[in-house]
Design a protein around this ligand. Structure first.
Ligand code: NAD
Ligand code: TYD
Length: 352
């Protein structure tokens, strides 16, 4: 196995922390550099099981800061990038689309520019791998699935900003021959998921006996994948994928929101020793999200055919692992919901 020096952006976030963990543990000969701004969504607590490993390095900083990016590339002789840093929540994007355009499009453009400049057109052995989302395809008609050829048709400011970044990645591959890959995954769930997203929000509210806000009639459909399986797919694509290609990632696991929330209620009543039906009484239908995509559904057959990747757990197994993790890590939940860790990190890194 050749030595590599990998820059993983957004490694303190939900998916990024699982990618960092997998690469640090599986590739002890690689240098793994986690570059993260530590926004509200970034939390070094997510990585405390790997942060003392000799092949792990953390750099706090912003993908919008070109000089900082260039200094990190030089310091570690970076030869590969896995780019996850982004603003990631659709609801937040509806309130502040400009922030999403800036971080997700301009931030990605800066990272591409720095990679191209520092690598100085010597792209042998180099790779820029961009982590995108199935949401760039818009909403899927009943019975149809997103393939890599599906027309890009983003519907929210979040997905529009991710589509914009995808286009720039493709353009750098086409115009400058930068070796690029893109993957587009369906909705993830699992440990370390910030409790603003559906599954951890519902788990947190069930624990605390708070209302469970279901948007509209709860009929929207999402295709859920356990986050560890996303990280495993990223590993496969990084090592076995082809330059210039797009790969869809998904577990063929569609759920209507309301069915998923009811299933979670059932599971958590059992775990918490509550009478069946207790948590479901907390379900509250609220005003729908504007422009709410009805359905996402991924066709991952290209990834499966080229790499042999398959999900390692069923949804039932993954959801149970997730619930167990949140119940065993209530302090983590309390910290991220109280903002305690934000205060801590602001103090700790106030010089940057
Ligand atoms: P997240 O919000 O949990 O984490 C994002 C990370 O990026 C955080 O650690 C944050 O501090 C960091 N970050 C934000 N702005 C930054 C900046 N300017 N400079 C440096 N770091 C910055 O997001 P996530 O759910 O882990 O998603 C990671 C990536 O995967 C995103 O690109 C997202 O679009 C994509 N994705 C997410 C899902 C999902 O279900 N969550 C599905 C498919 C694809
Ligand atoms: P979310 O986790 O925000 O992911 P995305 O919008 O990127 O798919 O939402 C998943 C689904 O759950 C989506 O259809 C919106 C819905 N939802 C609710 O019904 N209530 C909530 O409180 C949240 C956060 C989401």
């Amino acid at each position: 196995m050749s030595r590599r020096s990998l820059l993983i952006t957004g490694g303190a976030g939900f998916i990024g922390s699982h990618v960092v963990r997998l690469f640090v543990n599986k590739y002890p000969d690689y240098t793994i550099v986690n570059l993260d701004k530590l926004t509200y969504a970034g939390n070094l607590e997510n990585l405390k099981d790997v942060d003392s490993k000799p092949n792990y390095h953390f750099e706090k900083g912003d993908i919008l800061d070109v000089e900082f990016l260039a200094s990190v590339f030089k310091k570690y002789s970076i030869d590969g990038v896995i780019h996850l840093a982004a603003e990631s929540h659709v609801d937040r994007s509806l309130h502040n689309p400009a922030e999403f355009a800036t971080t997700n499009i301009i931030g990605t453009l800066h990272l591409l520019n720095v990679a191209q400049t520092i690598w100085n057109n010597d792209f042998q052995g180099k790779l820029f791998y961009h982590i995108s989302t199935d949401e760039v395809y818009g909403s899927a008609e009943n019975g149809s699935f997103f393939t890599e050829e599906t027309h890009i048709d983003p519907m929210s400011p979040y997905s529009a900003s991710k589509a914009g970044s995808d286009h720039f990645v493709k353009a750098f591959g086409n115009s400058y021959k930068l070796p690029v890959r893109i993957s587009r995954c369906s909705n993830n769930y699992g440990p370390y998921h910030f409790p603003e997203k559906l599954i951890p929000l519902m788990i947190n509210n069930i624990i605390n006996n708070k209302p469970l806000p279901v948007y509209g009639k709860g009929e929207n459909i999402r295709d859920w994948l356990f986050v560890v399986d996303h990280a495993r797919a990223i590993d496969e694509i990084f090592h076995k994928g082809k330059d210039g290609e797009v790969y869809n990632i998904g577990g063929n696991n569609e759920w209507k929101n309301i069915d998923l929330v009811k299933f979670l209620c059932y599971l958590m009543d059992k775990k918490l020793g509550r009478e069946e039906g207790t948590s479901a009484n907390l379900i509250t239908y609220v005003k729908d999200r504007p422009g709410h995509d009805l359905r996402y559904a991924i066709d991952a057959s290209k990834l499966i055919a080229e790499t042999g990747w398959r999900p390692s757990v069923t949804f039932e197994e993954g959801l149970e692992k997730t619930v167990d993790w949140y119940l065993a890590n209530r302090q983590w939940l309390n910290n991220v919901t109280s903002g305690e860790y934000m205060k801590y990190y602001t103090g700790m890194y106030q010089n940057r």
